[in-house]
Design a protein around this ligand. Structure first.
Ligand SMILES: [Zn+2]
Length: 251
Protein backbone atom coordinates (compact mmCIF):
# COMPACT_ATOMS: atom_id res chain seq x y z
CA UNK A 1 0.00 0.00 0.00
CA UNK A 2 2.94 2.29 0.55
CA UNK A 3 3.66 2.37 -3.14
CA UNK A 4 0.07 2.73 -4.27
CA UNK A 5 -0.33 5.30 -6.97
CA UNK A 6 -2.78 8.14 -6.47
CA UNK A 7 -5.85 8.46 -8.62
CA UNK A 8 -7.11 11.50 -10.42
CA UNK A 9 -10.80 12.15 -9.88
CA UNK A 10 -12.58 13.80 -12.77
CA UNK A 11 -16.25 14.53 -12.39
CA UNK A 12 -17.99 11.49 -11.05
CA UNK A 13 -15.61 8.95 -12.58
CA UNK A 14 -12.28 7.77 -11.29
CA UNK A 15 -9.54 7.88 -13.83
CA UNK A 16 -6.91 5.41 -12.76
CA UNK A 17 -3.77 7.07 -13.92
CA UNK A 18 -0.54 7.15 -12.04
CA UNK A 19 1.30 10.05 -10.64
CA UNK A 20 2.81 10.30 -14.10
CA UNK A 21 -0.18 12.34 -15.13
CA UNK A 22 0.93 15.04 -12.72
CA UNK A 23 4.20 15.60 -14.49
CA UNK A 24 2.54 15.26 -17.89
CA UNK A 25 -0.18 17.72 -17.00
CA UNK A 26 2.36 20.07 -15.45
CA UNK A 27 4.55 20.20 -18.51
CA UNK A 28 1.53 20.62 -20.74
CA UNK A 29 -0.19 23.38 -18.80
CA UNK A 30 2.71 24.75 -16.84
CA UNK A 31 5.88 26.52 -17.81
CA UNK A 32 4.80 27.78 -21.22
CA UNK A 33 2.31 30.56 -20.63
CA UNK A 34 2.19 30.06 -16.88
CA UNK A 35 2.19 33.77 -16.18
CA UNK A 36 -1.07 34.18 -18.05
CA UNK A 37 -2.64 31.16 -16.36
CA UNK A 38 -4.05 33.16 -13.49
CA UNK A 39 -5.60 30.28 -11.63
CA UNK A 40 -3.10 27.53 -12.46
CA UNK A 41 -4.03 23.94 -11.82
CA UNK A 42 -6.97 22.56 -9.93
CA UNK A 43 -7.30 18.84 -9.55
CA UNK A 44 -8.76 16.45 -7.09
CA UNK A 45 -6.65 13.43 -6.25
CA UNK A 46 -7.97 10.30 -4.59
CA UNK A 47 -5.20 9.44 -2.13
CA UNK A 48 -6.87 6.21 -1.03
CA UNK A 49 -9.71 4.87 1.01
CA UNK A 50 -10.27 4.67 4.74
CA UNK A 51 -10.66 1.40 6.63
CA UNK A 52 -14.38 1.53 5.84
CA UNK A 53 -13.83 2.51 2.22
CA UNK A 54 -14.52 6.22 2.41
CA UNK A 55 -12.50 8.29 -0.08
CA UNK A 56 -9.64 10.40 1.21
CA UNK A 57 -9.00 13.18 -1.28
CA UNK A 58 -6.59 16.03 -1.80
CA UNK A 59 -7.20 19.11 -3.92
CA UNK A 60 -4.16 20.62 -5.56
CA UNK A 61 -4.53 24.19 -6.72
CA UNK A 62 -2.28 27.01 -7.76
CA UNK A 63 1.13 26.76 -9.35
CA UNK A 64 2.51 23.21 -9.41
CA UNK A 65 5.99 24.55 -10.24
CA UNK A 66 6.20 26.97 -7.31
CA UNK A 67 9.02 26.58 -4.80
CA UNK A 68 6.56 27.10 -1.94
CA UNK A 69 4.33 24.09 -1.36
CA UNK A 70 1.68 24.43 1.33
CA UNK A 71 -0.29 21.50 2.74
CA UNK A 72 -3.47 22.20 4.73
CA UNK A 73 -5.24 19.37 6.56
CA UNK A 74 -8.67 20.07 8.01
CA UNK A 75 -9.12 17.00 10.21
CA UNK A 76 -7.06 14.14 11.68
CA UNK A 77 -9.02 13.38 14.84
CA UNK A 78 -12.58 12.54 13.84
CA UNK A 79 -14.11 14.33 16.81
CA UNK A 80 -12.25 17.55 15.92
CA UNK A 81 -13.79 18.48 12.56
CA UNK A 82 -13.86 22.30 12.81
CA UNK A 83 -11.01 22.68 10.32
CA UNK A 84 -12.91 20.91 7.53
CA UNK A 85 -14.94 23.99 6.47
CA UNK A 86 -11.69 25.99 6.41
CA UNK A 87 -10.13 23.39 4.10
CA UNK A 88 -13.23 23.32 1.92
CA UNK A 89 -13.26 27.11 1.69
CA UNK A 90 -9.62 27.08 0.55
CA UNK A 91 -10.29 24.33 -1.98
CA UNK A 92 -13.14 26.38 -3.47
CA UNK A 93 -11.02 29.50 -4.01
CA UNK A 94 -8.93 30.45 -7.00
CA UNK A 95 -5.46 28.95 -6.70
CA UNK A 96 -2.48 31.06 -5.63
CA UNK A 97 -0.09 32.32 -8.29
CA UNK A 98 3.19 31.47 -6.58
CA UNK A 99 2.32 28.53 -4.35
CA UNK A 100 1.48 24.90 -4.95
CA UNK A 101 -1.42 24.52 -2.48
CA UNK A 102 -2.58 21.08 -1.39
CA UNK A 103 -5.75 20.80 0.68
CA UNK A 104 -6.91 17.62 2.41
CA UNK A 105 -10.27 18.19 4.13
CA UNK A 106 -9.90 15.03 6.24
CA UNK A 107 -7.56 12.11 6.68
CA UNK A 108 -10.05 10.45 9.00
CA UNK A 109 -13.52 10.27 7.39
CA UNK A 110 -14.46 7.13 9.38
CA UNK A 111 -13.65 8.87 12.65
CA UNK A 112 -15.67 11.89 11.54
CA UNK A 113 -18.68 9.70 10.70
CA UNK A 114 -18.44 7.91 14.06
CA UNK A 115 -17.40 11.09 15.94
CA UNK A 116 -14.42 9.30 17.37
CA UNK A 117 -10.87 10.54 17.76
CA UNK A 118 -9.33 7.45 16.17
CA UNK A 119 -9.99 5.71 12.87
CA UNK A 120 -12.23 2.66 12.44
CA UNK A 121 -9.53 0.51 14.10
CA UNK A 122 -9.57 2.80 17.10
CA UNK A 123 -6.06 4.05 16.31
CA UNK A 124 -5.07 7.63 17.09
CA UNK A 125 -3.53 8.55 13.71
CA UNK A 126 -1.54 11.28 15.44
CA UNK A 127 0.39 8.62 17.39
CA UNK A 128 0.83 6.29 14.39
CA UNK A 129 3.81 7.92 12.63
CA UNK A 130 7.40 6.67 12.58
CA UNK A 131 9.10 9.61 14.33
CA UNK A 132 9.54 8.37 17.89
CA UNK A 133 6.71 5.85 17.52
CA UNK A 134 6.19 3.59 20.50
CA UNK A 135 3.31 1.44 21.69
CA UNK A 136 0.83 3.62 23.56
CA UNK A 137 -2.17 2.12 25.28
CA UNK A 138 -4.26 -0.53 23.59
CA UNK A 139 -7.26 -0.78 21.37
CA UNK A 140 -10.23 0.88 22.99
CA UNK A 141 -8.12 3.66 24.46
CA UNK A 142 -8.32 7.07 22.79
CA UNK A 143 -4.55 7.45 22.37
CA UNK A 144 -3.90 3.94 21.04
CA UNK A 145 -0.86 4.22 18.77
CA UNK A 146 -1.71 1.13 16.70
CA UNK A 147 0.27 -2.11 16.35
CA UNK A 148 3.16 -0.35 14.57
CA UNK A 149 4.12 2.87 12.80
CA UNK A 150 1.98 3.56 9.72
CA UNK A 151 -0.16 0.53 10.50
CA UNK A 152 -3.25 2.42 9.31
CA UNK A 153 -4.17 3.12 5.67
CA UNK A 154 -5.06 6.74 6.50
CA UNK A 155 -1.57 7.26 7.97
CA UNK A 156 0.09 5.72 4.94
CA UNK A 157 -1.78 8.03 2.56
CA UNK A 158 -0.70 11.02 4.60
CA UNK A 159 2.91 9.81 4.65
CA UNK A 160 2.83 9.09 0.90
CA UNK A 161 1.53 12.58 0.17
CA UNK A 162 4.08 14.26 2.42
CA UNK A 163 6.96 12.29 0.92
CA UNK A 164 5.75 13.06 -2.57
CA UNK A 165 5.08 16.80 -2.33
CA UNK A 166 7.52 17.63 0.50
CA UNK A 167 5.49 20.60 1.78
CA UNK A 168 7.55 23.63 2.72
CA UNK A 169 4.70 24.51 5.10
CA UNK A 170 2.18 22.09 6.63
CA UNK A 171 -0.82 23.34 8.61
CA UNK A 172 -2.73 20.70 10.59
CA UNK A 173 -6.03 21.66 12.21
CA UNK A 174 -7.05 20.14 15.51
CA UNK A 175 -9.31 21.18 18.39
CA UNK A 176 -10.03 22.44 20.98
CA UNK A 177 -7.28 24.26 22.83
CA UNK A 178 -7.57 27.51 20.85
CA UNK A 179 -3.80 28.00 20.46
CA UNK A 180 -1.16 27.87 17.75
CA UNK A 181 1.51 25.33 18.63
CA UNK A 182 5.00 26.78 18.47
CA UNK A 183 6.88 23.69 19.63
CA UNK A 184 7.96 22.86 16.09
CA UNK A 185 7.58 24.21 12.59
CA UNK A 186 8.31 27.58 10.94
CA UNK A 187 8.38 30.18 13.71
CA UNK A 188 7.79 33.27 11.58
CA UNK A 189 4.82 31.67 9.81
CA UNK A 190 3.35 30.45 13.11
CA UNK A 191 3.70 33.91 14.62
CA UNK A 192 2.00 35.64 11.71
CA UNK A 193 -0.74 33.02 11.57
CA UNK A 194 -1.43 33.43 15.29
CA UNK A 195 -1.64 37.18 14.90
CA UNK A 196 -3.94 36.93 11.87
CA UNK A 197 -6.43 34.60 13.56
CA UNK A 198 -6.15 36.09 17.04
CA UNK A 199 -4.96 32.95 18.88
CA UNK A 200 -2.04 32.81 21.32
CA UNK A 201 1.15 30.87 20.59
CA UNK A 202 1.73 28.06 23.03
CA UNK A 203 4.34 25.35 23.22
CA UNK A 204 2.44 22.06 23.24
CA UNK A 205 3.74 18.66 24.28
CA UNK A 206 5.47 16.79 21.46
CA UNK A 207 3.91 13.34 21.41
CA UNK A 208 5.66 10.24 20.09
CA UNK A 209 4.40 9.18 16.69
CA UNK A 210 2.75 12.51 15.87
CA UNK A 211 2.22 13.45 12.23
CA UNK A 212 3.71 16.92 12.44
CA UNK A 213 6.72 15.55 14.34
CA UNK A 214 7.31 13.11 11.50
CA UNK A 215 6.64 15.67 8.78
CA UNK A 216 9.31 17.85 10.38
CA UNK A 217 11.81 15.02 9.95
CA UNK A 218 10.94 14.90 6.22
CA UNK A 219 11.06 18.67 5.70
CA UNK A 220 12.69 20.43 8.61
CA UNK A 221 10.70 23.09 10.46
CA UNK A 222 7.79 22.86 8.03
CA UNK A 223 4.73 21.66 9.92
CA UNK A 224 2.70 23.03 12.79
CA UNK A 225 -0.60 22.45 14.57
CA UNK A 226 -3.47 24.90 14.80
CA UNK A 227 -5.70 24.06 17.75
CA UNK A 228 -9.06 25.60 16.92
CA UNK A 229 -11.60 26.47 19.62
CA UNK A 230 -14.30 23.95 20.59
CA UNK A 231 -17.44 23.58 18.51
CA UNK A 232 -18.16 24.70 14.99
CA UNK A 233 -16.47 27.77 13.62
CA UNK A 234 -18.86 30.58 12.68
CA UNK A 235 -18.73 31.49 8.96
CA UNK A 236 -16.77 34.64 9.75
CA UNK A 237 -14.11 32.62 11.57
CA UNK A 238 -13.89 30.15 8.67
CA UNK A 239 -13.15 33.09 6.37
CA UNK A 240 -10.58 34.43 8.82
CA UNK A 241 -8.66 31.13 9.05
CA UNK A 242 -8.80 30.62 5.30
CA UNK A 243 -7.59 34.19 4.89
CA UNK A 244 -4.66 33.53 7.24
CA UNK A 245 -3.66 30.55 5.09
CA UNK A 246 -3.90 32.70 1.97
CA UNK A 247 -1.63 35.29 3.58
CA UNK A 248 0.95 32.48 3.61
CA UNK A 249 0.25 31.22 0.08
CA UNK A 250 -0.05 34.69 -1.42
CA UNK A 251 -2.78 35.78 -3.84
ZN1 LIG B 1 -6.37 16.52 17.66
Amino acid sequence: MMGRRPTIVRGSGLVLLGFLIFSTACSASGKAGWSSARHGVRRTVLLGRSVHGRPIVAVELGNPHAAQRVLVVGCVHGDEPAGVPVANALAAQAGPTNTDLWVVPSFNPDGMAARTRGNAHGVDLNRNFPAGWRPIDSRGSVHYSGPGPLSEPESRYAADLIRRIRPTIGIWFHQQMAVIDDSEGPKDVERRFARDVGLPLRTLTRYPGSITGWENTVVRDSAFVVELPAGRLPARAVRRYAGAVRRITGP
